[in-house]
Design a protein around this ligand. Structure first.
Ligand SMILES: O=C(O)CCC(=O)C(=O)O
Ligand SMILES: [Fe+2]
Length: 291
């Protein structure tokens, strides 16, 4: 497909859905499969091997925990996460789990390259210079979650992951073939079906904010997994997440006009992280910054 038509397609999807899937990303299927197997191998080890990584401090370089809002939300999501910050300062191999550290590092490099390309295409879709979003550091920071949704005996009583929007500029997600991811559109939950080899991309709150609502950060969730197999996924968030970051962002000036004035005030990523920390995953954050 010519670059111009790719730009048009992802621009349209980012405005309408805030979600799209990428198939021709150039990453070998074998790498994606090794990543899914590595995540499963980590979570299926004895607790003894995993406990070294356990922390509820989500600003630490690596962490292993259940829900970040475990003590504030009404119900726990049915998943565990081992995660790490992978850019701008990649972790050292020895600080990652032995069973999946190498593939986590390899996979995160692919995600970084793909993220940079996506930010170029999204800049073009906004009518900006290709490097605009990269130049304001949207692609600079990356945090990766390696998630395990165990089979659930009563899936109708819980959720794999409660509804939320992502606290990122952009998220690139690898999911296995179990299914369960859904996106909300016009009050209806729509399945995001697993497509072998495809990566799911979704717009996060920060990109909605800087594009002044041109691109939308859609609500999504994961229904609990009633299968006998676990569900594995790996979202890579282009975001500094809970790490301290005084960078200021607001609606991009080039996108504003008399007819389209700024809908959000400028904010630091620290302010955004503070709001995020104080809420449950399902409570929206963007409205705090609306003018
Ligand atoms: O596991 C998935 O498919 C989605 C995960 C997700 O939305 C998240 O961690 O923010
Ligand atoms: Fe998400």
């Amino acid at each position: 497909m010519r670059r111009r038509s790719v730009v048009e397609k992802i621009g349209e999807a980012s405005e309408k859905w805030g979600f799209f899937q990428v198939i021709n990303h150039g990453i070998q299927l074998e790498v994606l499969e090794r990543m899914l197997q590595g995540i499963r191998a980590f979570h299926e080890q004895d607790s003894e091997a995993k406990k070294r990584f356990y922390t509820r401090d989500f600003s630490s370089d690596t962490y292993y925990a259940s829900n970040f809002d475990l003590y504030t939300s009404q119900g726990a999501s049915w998943r565990d996460t081992v995660g790490c910050y992978t850019a701008p300062d990649p972790p050292r191999l020895e600080d990652l789990p032995a069973v999946c550290g190498e593939i986590m590092m390899e996979f995160s490099k692919h995600m970084k390259a793909l993220g940079e390309l996506l930010f170029e295409l999204l800049s073009e879709a906004l009518g900006l210079n290709s490097n605009h979003l990269k130049d304001i550091d949207c692609a600079k920071s990356q945090v990766m979650f390696c998630q395990y949704y165990p089979p659930c005996p009563q899936p109708n009583l819980t959720l794999g992951l409660s509804k939320h929007t992502d606290f990122s500029f952009l998220t690139v997600l690898l999911q296995d073939n179990i299914g369960g991811l859904q996106v909300l559109r016009d009050q209806t939950w729509i399945d995001v079906p697993p497509v072998p080899g495809a990566l799911v991309v979704n717009i996060g709150d920060l990109l909605q904010l800087i594009t002044n609502d041109k691109f939308i950060s859609a609500e999504h969730r994961v229904v609990a997994n009633g299968s006998t197999e676990p569900r594995i996924s790996a979202p890579c968030f282009f975001s500094t997440f809970m790490k301290a970051n005084p960078h200021v962002y607001g609606p991009i000036k080039e996108l504003l006009s008399e007819e389209n004035p700024a809908k959000y005030r400028e904010l630091t990523i620290n302010e955004f992280a503070d709001i995020f920390r104080s809420k449950t995953i399902s409570t929206p954050a963007l409205h705090h910054f609306r003018i």
